[in-house]
Design a protein around this ligand. Structure first.
Ligand code: IPE
Ligand code: IPE
Ligand code: MG
Length: 249
């Protein structure tokens, strides 16, 4: 399908890639296999989003709560992230993909942080699509960090409390220069946000699809955008109603 076959392409799509473990479970495979397969779905999703003309694709890769998983699974996921960045950076760069990472960087392992920084640095001028990787990300943590930074400036007298507006808060989040998501998709049938982009999701369209993440294909992505195109976003306003004949005239 060509880039223009679908109408009303969302500018920013954010995905909660869920269900890797269950994908593996139903096949009698270890959870790690589901994560491995999930990386293939990531590659396809990035390509499809770029083809469709999506400007920003945010992928929830690892939450600040995912550290509570068994150590072996955490280390598996870290390993996969490292391999993905090492192996795919060259290709993504060639495909003109700009990489951004959101989430708390302060305590990241010394073998992970430099990789993420390098990916951002090398691809910073690319223009095909921005791939936002949410890693060690939790919305409440992100908001708390923003509030701490605002509180610091207020205490220092640099910022007046009256200047603490929604825009001021947005500007202190990890997503400061990224538009709010238009569409948030969660795979695997779970219908919750699990601490993902809580502030930015204020007017996002939500879509919960039954497929496990490793099964998320080009077609699934196209179907999701077709569904999105049929939705009406009102942002608290009213619909531009179709003209009707005035009664009694
Ligand atoms: C999503 O799949 C991947 C991450 C959270 C990193 P899960 O690992 O959560 O898979 P399920 O939800 O247990 O099936
Ligand atoms: C959300 O999925 C986090 C990611 C997809 C990275 P989880 O599997 O961690 O969410 P819960 O625990 O089911 O809410
Ligand atoms: Mg899950």
């Amino acid at each position: 399908m060509t880039k223009h076959a679908l109408k009303n392409i969302p500018r920013h799509v954010a995905i909660i890639m869920d269900g890797n473990g269950r994908w593996a479970n139903v096949r009698g495979l270890p959870r790690s296999m589901g994560h491995r397969k999930g990386v293939e779905a990531v590659r396809e999703a990035v390509r499809t989003a770029a083809e469709l003309g999506v400007e920003y694709l945010t992928l929830f890769a690892f939450s600040s709560e995912n550290w509570s998983r068994p150590e072996s699974e955490v280390s598996d996921l870290m390993g996969l992230l490292k391999t993905f960045v090492r192996r795919d950076l060259q290709t993504l760069h060639k495909e003109n993909v700009r990489i951004r990472v959101i989430g708390d960087r302060s305590n990241l392992r010394s073998d992970i942080l430099p990789l993420l920084l390098e990916a951002e640095e090398r691809t910073r001028d690319n223009t095909a699509i921005t791939l936002v990787i949410a890693f060690n990300y939790g919305a409440r943590d992100e908001i708390a960090r923003a509030v701490r930074s605002i509180a610091g400036d207020v205490a220092a007298g640099i910022l007046h409390p009256a200047e603490v507006t929604p825009e001021c808060i947005s500007a202190r989040l990890d997503t400061a220069d990224i538009p709010d998501p238009d569409l948030i998709i969660r795979t695997s049938g779970e219908e919750r946000l699990s601490n993902f982009l809580l502030w930015q999701a204020a007017y996002a369209e939500l879509m919960f699809i039954p497929d496990f993440w490793p099964d998320f294909s080009r077609e699934t992505f196209h179907d999701a955008l077709r569904n999105y195109a049929g939705r009406e976003r009102r942002f608290g306003g009213v619909t531009a109603a179709a003209p009707t004949l005035a009664v009694g005239s």
